[in-house]
Design a protein around this ligand. Structure first.
Ligand code: TYC
Length: 113
Protein backbone atom coordinates (compact mmCIF):
# COMPACT_ATOMS: atom_id res chain seq x y z
CA UNK A 1 0.00 0.00 0.00
CA UNK A 2 1.19 3.44 -0.86
CA UNK A 3 2.31 5.50 2.12
CA UNK A 4 0.20 8.54 2.68
CA UNK A 5 1.34 11.38 4.86
CA UNK A 6 -1.47 12.51 7.18
CA UNK A 7 -1.34 16.25 7.71
CA UNK A 8 -2.67 17.91 10.86
CA UNK A 9 -6.00 19.12 9.37
CA UNK A 10 -6.91 15.90 7.52
CA UNK A 11 -8.75 14.04 10.26
CA UNK A 12 -10.25 17.00 12.02
CA UNK A 13 -13.71 16.78 10.43
CA UNK A 14 -14.11 13.09 11.26
CA UNK A 15 -13.00 13.49 14.83
CA UNK A 16 -15.31 16.43 15.48
CA UNK A 17 -18.32 14.60 14.01
CA UNK A 18 -17.69 11.55 16.15
CA UNK A 19 -17.25 13.61 19.30
CA UNK A 20 -20.49 15.54 18.82
CA UNK A 21 -22.55 12.34 18.47
CA UNK A 22 -21.61 11.22 21.97
CA UNK A 23 -21.54 14.64 23.59
CA UNK A 24 -23.68 14.76 26.69
CA UNK A 25 -23.22 16.97 29.71
CA UNK A 26 -22.86 14.93 32.90
CA UNK A 27 -25.70 15.18 35.42
CA UNK A 28 -24.71 17.75 38.01
CA UNK A 29 -25.57 17.80 41.69
CA UNK A 30 -25.78 20.61 44.21
CA UNK A 31 -24.29 20.04 47.66
CA UNK A 32 -26.39 21.94 50.21
CA UNK A 33 -25.34 22.69 53.77
CA UNK A 34 -27.99 22.44 56.52
CA UNK A 35 -28.06 24.49 59.69
CA UNK A 36 -28.22 22.93 63.15
CA UNK A 37 -28.11 24.36 66.68
CA UNK A 38 -24.97 22.60 67.89
CA UNK A 39 -22.10 22.59 65.41
CA UNK A 40 -19.65 25.41 66.24
CA UNK A 41 -19.38 28.11 63.58
CA UNK A 42 -15.59 27.77 63.32
CA UNK A 43 -15.94 24.05 62.66
CA UNK A 44 -18.31 24.73 59.75
CA UNK A 45 -15.88 27.25 58.25
CA UNK A 46 -13.01 24.80 58.65
CA UNK A 47 -14.98 22.02 56.89
CA UNK A 48 -15.85 24.33 53.98
CA UNK A 49 -12.18 25.22 53.56
CA UNK A 50 -10.84 21.72 54.00
CA UNK A 51 -13.38 19.61 52.09
CA UNK A 52 -14.68 22.12 49.52
CA UNK A 53 -11.50 24.19 49.03
CA UNK A 54 -13.32 27.47 49.66
CA UNK A 55 -11.42 30.51 50.89
CA UNK A 56 -11.99 31.77 54.41
CA UNK A 57 -14.17 34.71 53.34
CA UNK A 58 -16.47 32.58 51.20
CA UNK A 59 -16.59 29.84 53.82
CA UNK A 60 -17.66 32.37 56.44
CA UNK A 61 -20.31 33.77 54.09
CA UNK A 62 -21.75 30.29 53.38
CA UNK A 63 -21.71 29.40 57.09
CA UNK A 64 -23.51 32.63 58.07
CA UNK A 65 -26.02 32.30 55.23
CA UNK A 66 -26.79 28.74 56.36
CA UNK A 67 -27.04 29.82 59.99
CA UNK A 68 -29.51 32.57 59.06
CA UNK A 69 -31.65 30.93 56.39
CA UNK A 70 -31.47 27.25 57.35
CA UNK A 71 -29.65 25.99 54.27
CA UNK A 72 -27.28 27.19 51.60
CA UNK A 73 -25.69 25.82 48.42
CA UNK A 74 -21.98 25.08 48.70
CA UNK A 75 -21.30 24.13 45.09
CA UNK A 76 -22.26 22.06 42.05
CA UNK A 77 -20.33 18.89 41.23
CA UNK A 78 -20.54 15.61 39.35
CA UNK A 79 -22.26 12.80 41.26
CA UNK A 80 -18.99 11.13 42.31
CA UNK A 81 -17.37 14.33 43.55
CA UNK A 82 -20.54 15.49 45.36
CA UNK A 83 -21.14 12.17 47.14
CA UNK A 84 -17.45 11.86 48.07
CA UNK A 85 -17.48 15.32 49.66
CA UNK A 86 -20.71 14.58 51.56
CA UNK A 87 -19.18 11.33 52.86
CA UNK A 88 -16.06 13.26 53.97
CA UNK A 89 -18.21 15.78 55.85
CA UNK A 90 -20.21 12.96 57.51
CA UNK A 91 -17.04 11.18 58.57
CA UNK A 92 -15.24 14.23 59.98
CA UNK A 93 -18.39 15.58 61.69
CA UNK A 94 -18.96 12.17 63.30
CA UNK A 95 -15.34 12.06 64.51
CA UNK A 96 -15.84 15.40 66.26
CA UNK A 97 -19.39 14.46 67.38
CA UNK A 98 -21.08 17.34 65.58
CA UNK A 99 -24.45 16.89 63.80
CA UNK A 100 -23.30 18.86 60.73
CA UNK A 101 -25.13 17.66 57.59
CA UNK A 102 -24.93 18.24 53.84
CA UNK A 103 -27.48 16.97 51.33
CA UNK A 104 -27.49 16.33 47.58
CA UNK A 105 -29.89 18.07 45.19
CA UNK A 106 -30.15 17.54 41.42
CA UNK A 107 -28.88 20.62 39.59
CA UNK A 108 -29.42 19.60 35.97
CA UNK A 109 -30.32 16.63 33.80
CA UNK A 110 -27.85 15.23 31.30
CA UNK A 111 -29.39 16.85 28.22
CA UNK A 112 -27.34 16.94 25.03
CA UNK A 113 -25.38 20.06 24.22
N1 TYC B 1 -26.12 27.34 63.95
C1 TYC B 1 -24.80 26.97 64.41
C2 TYC B 1 -24.47 27.70 65.71
O1 TYC B 1 -25.15 28.65 66.05
C3 TYC B 1 -23.73 27.29 63.37
C4 TYC B 1 -23.91 26.53 62.11
C5 TYC B 1 -23.85 27.18 60.88
C6 TYC B 1 -24.17 25.17 62.12
C7 TYC B 1 -24.02 26.50 59.70
C8 TYC B 1 -24.34 24.45 60.94
O2 TYC B 1 -24.39 24.44 58.57
C9 TYC B 1 -24.25 25.13 59.73
N2 TYC B 1 -23.44 27.27 66.40
Amino acid sequence: MEDRIIKPGDLEGDLLTEERVNLKRPDMYRVVLLNDDYTPREFVVWILMRVFYKGETESTRIMLDTHTSGKSAIGVYTYDVATTKIAQVDKIAKQYEHPLTCILEVESGGEEE
